[in-house]
Design a protein around this ligand. Sequence first.
Ligand code: THU
Length: 143
Amino acid sequence: MKLVSDSELCKLAAEAMRGAYAPYSRYCVGAALLCSDGTVYTGCNIENASYTPTVCAERTAFFKAVSDGRREFVKIAVCGGKDSVISGAFPPCGVCRQVMSEFCDDTFEILVVQKEEPAAFDRFTLPQLLPLRFGPSYLTEEK
Ligand code: THU
C-alpha cells in the first residue's frame, strides 16, 4: 500500500477548501485526513445562518471517515484563508483537537499548511497541540 505523501495530503486539503460553504465569515477551510489503511477523507467547513451549527473542515473529514467505519488515523493536513486564499497558518480549533483526541494516539500528526504551491507546512503531534488531553482512557473502570 502506497501512503500519500505529505505534500500530496496538503494539496488535497487545499482542493477540499474549494468546497467550503462559508458565506458568513468568508473563511474557507479544507482538511485531508489520512487513515491507517491509506484512504484519505477530505472535509470543508460548512457554515449556517444560525452560526452555532457551523462545522469545521477537520470535523467534517473525521465524521465522514468514522461514519464509513474508519477508526485509525495517521495524520491530517489543514489549510484555510479568507475567500480561499491561503496566506498563512489556519490551525485547528480546540473542538476539532478534542475530536482528534477521541480517535488518535500520541503519534497522530497535524500538518498546518502555510503555503499551497510548492507546499509548505508546519508539523505538530496531537500532544503538542493538545497537552494533557482528555481521551477515552479516562473513562475506564481503573481510573
Ligand atoms: N474553521 C474550521 O473549519 N476549522 C477550524 O479549526 C477553525 C475554524 C472554520 C469555522 C468557520 O466556518 C470559519 O473557519 C471561521 O471561523
